[in-house]
Design a protein around this ligand. Structure first.
Ligand code: AMX
Length: 435
């Protein structure tokens, strides 16, 4: 058994027994109440699942196994000569709740490299699609085509014991994570660079190699990708993509099916597609205002006009957060350190000054602050990745780390098929009649 898998097995066995006992002894303890507003507005705040890998605080933002993003930047191993954390380290932390050593992350980079093989039929499936197929659609179809490789599905068909679900889930998760940068880079090169693909550089780490295969060279872009793929990895379990993966996997549908479902959620403009929408918004405003150096007054008027036409301001607001997103702040810090004189970045910073007051003035927006998607596009453009239709694929590659670590836990802990209760509006009207 590999060292990560062994650690995971030992830790998950202990927790599985603890949770079993808790369920038996304290199963009737109330963990919260649900009001009608929550039923009518997307179940906000309803505690209804266990997600080991991270937890979101409305004010502090995300903590991965208890560590904030600034703490992780201090604690996680980096590649020699780089200042940004390696996503390998975050995956290790999320999976086994331990900060890994340098040697551990090097082992994991090599392990993913060994598992990165893409079957020939995946590129055939992609080549059958029109080149202008949205990259998220291509990403999803490629993931689904990889389902032929599922160890879980194969072993389930052979009669696998439920005690081994975690093992097959771990193997599928490791394999899929290993393959994602290759298929994602393949999609980018076929969509935007005439299908001129770039061979992987096996001496690089997971994120560095992805940057290389995208065709954007330079140490700073590799560094950005390490940060990007770390901070987008997980945001507890209730967000749409994570929850979709959790739901699908609870049926014992394998990791490939589950992750593809999650990516379909991520492809929505209120969720992960917001990163594409933000850059589109910035480009359109530059076009309409006729300048790439708009004043804050011009920006405020443009934002107001957008709202008046019944559209949302992409990159702002959040279902849980009530402060500027620490993932936005981490990207702002990166831009302050590495990027000079970018009009796009300046617009992001100026929007940060003007949008919150305008959203606040509407009197209905719960969180007027920027989220993770408000900043990423402007930085990517600076390094030459200007094809914004691709941005959500980057988010998806990163999101695999969190949701697949969490899914491996779900199978180890033996969580049940998810099945909440729905009611009709007739039922609601009857229920509240005498209240
Ligand atoms: N621009 C305009 N209106 C906004 C808004 C924004 N950025 N954020 C919220 N609102 C509006 C809502 O549309 C809603 O209006 P309604 O009552 O007329 O329908 C009202 O404010 C109350 O919504 P809320 O309770 O503040 O937010 P929510 O929890 O329902 O939704 C979110 C959260 C993210 C969908 C919403 O803020 C939004 O649409 N933001 C823009 C899209 C975006 O950036 N999404 C990315 C989120 C992060 C991610 O998942 N990657």
């Amino acid at each position: 058994m590999d060292p990560l898998k062994k650690k995971f097995f030992e830790k998950s066995q202990v927790l599985m027994k603890e949770l079993k006992a808790l369920r038996k002894e304290k199963g009737d303890v109330k963990v919260g109440e649900v009001n009608l507003k929550q039923v009518l507005t997307g179940m906000r705040g309803v505690k209804s699942m266990v997600w080991e890998t991270s937890q979101l605080d409305p004010i502090e933002g995300i903590r991965f196994r208890g560590y904030s993003i600034p703490q992780l930047k201090e604690l996680l191993p980096t590649r020699k000569g780089d200042s940004q954390p390696l996503p390998e380290g975050l995956f290790w932390l999320m999976l086994v709740d331990e900060i890994p050593s340098q040697k551990d992350v090097e082992w994991l980079s090599d392990e993913w490299e060994k598992r990165a093989y893409i079957p020939a039929h995946t590129s055939k499936v992609l080549e059958a699609l029109p080149e202008d197929t949205h990259p998220m659609t291509q990403f999803n179809i490629a993931i689904m085509s990889l389902q032929t490789e599922s160890i879980f599905a194969k072993r389930y068909a052979e009669g696998m014991s439920k005690n081994d679900y975690w093992d097959a889930s771990y193997e599928d998760s490791m394999n899929l994570i290993a393959k994602l940068p290759r298929i994602a880079a393949y999609i980018y090169r076929r969509s935007f660079h005439g299908g001129k693909h770039i061979e992987p550089d096996t001496s690089l780490d997971w994120a560095g190699n992805y940057a290389h295969m995208l065709g954007i060279e330079g140490a700073d872009f590799k560094s950005l990708m390490r940060l990007y793929l770390t901070i987008h990895a997980d945001h507890e379990g209730g967000n749409a993509s994570a929850h979709t993966v959790h739901l699908i996997n609870s049926t014992l549908s394998d990791v490939y099916n589950s992750f593809a479902g999650g990516m379909n959620s991520l492809a929505g403009p209120l969720h992960g597609l917001a990163n594409q929408e933000v850059l589109k918004f910035i480009l359109e405003l530059i076009e309409e205002l006729g300048t790439s150096k708009p004043t804050k007054e011009q920006l405020a008027a443009y934002v107001q006009k957008t709202l008046d036409s019944g559209k949302v301001i992409p990159g702002y607001g959040h279902a849980v957060l009530r402060q500027p997103d620490p993932r936005f702040i981490a990207q702002k810090k990166f831009a302050e350190e590495f990027i000079e004189n970018s009009d796009h970045v300046q617009i992001v910073w100026d929007l940060f000054d003007v949008v919150p007051d305008i959203l606040d003035s509407l009197g209905k927006v719960a969180n007027p602050w920027p989220n993770v998607d408000a900043h990423s596009g402007a930085i990517l453009v600076h390094y030459g990745l200007s094809e914004y239709q691709y941005y959500t694929v980057l988010f998806g590659v990163s999101r695999a780390l969190g949701v697949l670590a969490a899914t491996t836990w779900s199978r180890a802990l033996g969580f049940s098929l998810e099945r909440p209760k729905s009611v009709t509006s007739e039922w609601i009207k009857e229920f509240v009649k005498n209240d």
